[in-house]
Design a protein around this ligand. Structure first.
Ligand SMILES: Cc1cc2nc3c(=O)[nH]c(=O)nc-3n(C[C@H](O)[C@H](O)[C@H](O)COP(=O)(O)OP(=O)(O)OC[C@H]3O[C@@H](n4cnc5c(N)ncnc54)[C@H](O)[C@@H]3O)c2cc1C
Length: 431
């Protein structure tokens, strides 16, 4: 058959990976579920939407069914966790289909009825936009709930009882420390870098770590600590470790050892352990990359997840490699090693006003180490440096120009700025 264009239209089929799950699938490869949206194979696994095929109520693959299955799915998940009877769900038999023909015209059908027109398109457009708005316009966060860090989670009866007794006995007398077994299990799976100058560290834990200062070197001390601003403990661990290392690099030093200070929300031990493991995995990746040995730490319970590090670094004793805030000289050029804008972006994120891709890109930038940037500055004879963090570019610039006795001139259009930061700042959202 001759043709200019061939469009081969098929019905939907299940994704190939579903076959490897061991779950019962229908002839088209979709997961078979009962009226309670539980899979036929395992009542603890639920499926809804396009991926699922209700064995008693077969329907087309359409958004209308996927969306409507959301509330009964949520309800039955909650009931399953609470050990209550699940509710059967029956999808509607008829539905309104509105099909746009691409030219601001649409065809509608419901059962045996059908109609069409530009007004049908406008109607569809109104319905679609109203629905999509729900994904872009969120209620403003209440003050005091800025952290989205996970707290405790309810599970089976035994674990719930364990959680209850833990809450009843929660005390701060021991420094609200997290149990030693939780700690050792969480940290046991991690591998901090080994250094010859660490004489007593995590490999043989004691009351404190003992670290040698090599001849000809002076020690640089710094500490940084902040609460979780995102709900991904692994990324948060990376950002916190990078943040703490930043001050060492800004001084022109190399990192040597670090001790961690951690606050985890009260909860089931298994959840605390998992949280600690994820957070410290991210942190240790960054510390290892900096050849900085994690030599100890303290973990306590508190309202919000928080992490910080005391970091020790080394510089040459003669101080020639040290870059100070006061080292600016007339004629110097200012170099930003990373784009700015995290303050306004995360303030916007807290208000649910930032786009996901802006926050993703900002996190990638925050996970980028300043080690090589600082090394480059040292090699090319930079005399002044600082770590731009809490006070913003202008705040930190004042901290440098004042002790240096110089003025500075910024070319605003030359500033590297994270995507979205200009929009959020223009909207008046500042940290
Ligand atoms: C071109 C087109 C037009 C359509 N128009 C309409 C319409 O006008 N009206 C209507 O009612 N319906 C319409 N549909 C159908 C509708 O889009 C679907 O029924 C609906 O999106 C199903 O929702 P869902 O949440 O079940 O699945 P999806 O929306 O497909 O969401 C599943 C998500 O899971 C992700 N995913 C897949 N595998 C993995 C994995 N291994 N790990 C992690 N994530 C994974 C996918 O990337 C996807 O984001 C249309 C579909 C298409 C393709």
């Amino acid at each position: 058959m001759d043709a200019d264009e061939i469009v081969w239209v098929t019905r939907a089929g299940g994704a190939p990976w579903l076959r490897a799950t061991g779950l019962a699938l229908d002839a088209d490869g979709f997961i078979q579920v009962s009226d309670t949206l539980q899979t036929l194979t395992d009542p603890r696994v639920f499926a809804a939407g396009d991926i699922a095929s209700m064995v008693n109520h077969p329907r087309e693959k359409a958004g209308v069914f996927a969306v409507r299955q959301g509330p009964p799915l949520a309800e039955n998940l909650r009931r399953a966790v609470e050990g209550r009877a699940l509710k059967p769900y029956c999808p509607q038999r008829r539905w309104l289909a509105l099909i746009s023909t691409g030219d601001r015209y649409a065809v509608a059908s419901r059962g045996a009825l059908g109609f069409q027109g530009a007004w049908v398109w406008r109607w569809k457009d109104w319905i679609d936009r109203r629905f999509m708005r729900k994904f872009g316009e969120f209620p403003q966060m209440e003050a005091g709930t800025a952290s989205t860090a996970p707290s405790s989670v309810q599970l089976g009866e035994e674990e719930a009882a364990q959680a209850l007794s833990a809450v009843a006995m929660r005390c701060g007398g021991c420094g609200a420390k997290v149990g030693a077994t939780v700690l050792s299990r969480a940290l046991g799976a991690l591998h901090p870098v080994d250094r010859d100058d660490v004489l007593i560290g995590l490999h043989a834990p004691d009351d404190a770590a003992v670290v040698r200062v090599p001849p000809g070197k002076a020690m640089v001390h710094t500490v940084d600590f902040f609460r979780a601003f995102i709900d991904d403990p692994y990324i948060f661990g990376k950002v916190a470790a990078n943040h703490a290392l930043g001050d060492i690099y800004a001084m022109g030093a190399e990192a040597q050892s670090a001790t961690a200070i951690v606050t985890v929300p009260a909860g089931l031990e298994a959840k605390q352990e998992d949280l600690l493991f994820q957070m410290m995995s991210g942190a240790i990746e960054v510390l290892n990359d900096a050849n900085c040995a994690l030599v100890g730490g303290h973990t306590g319970e508190g309202r919000e997840l928080a992490l910080g590090f005391a970091v020790n670094g080394l510089v040459d004793e003669d101080m020639t490699s040290v870059m100070r805030k006061s080292g600016m000289r007339p004629g110097d050029v200012l170099i930003l090693t990373k784009p700015i804008g995290t303050g306004t972006l995360f303030a916007a994120h807290a208000l649910l006003k930032a786009r996901g891709r802006w926050i993703d890109a900002a996190l990638v930038s925050m996970c980028q180490s300043n080690r090589l940037g600082a090394q480059c500055l040292r090699e090319y004879g930079a005399t002044a440096c600082t770590d731009l963090t809490g006070f913003g570019l202008l705040g930190h610039l004042v901290e440098m120009t004042r002790p240096s006795g110089v003025d500075s001139e910024l070319n605003l259009s030359a500033l590297p700025v994270l995507e979205g930061a200009e929009e959020t700042a223009a909207a008046g959202i500042l940290s």
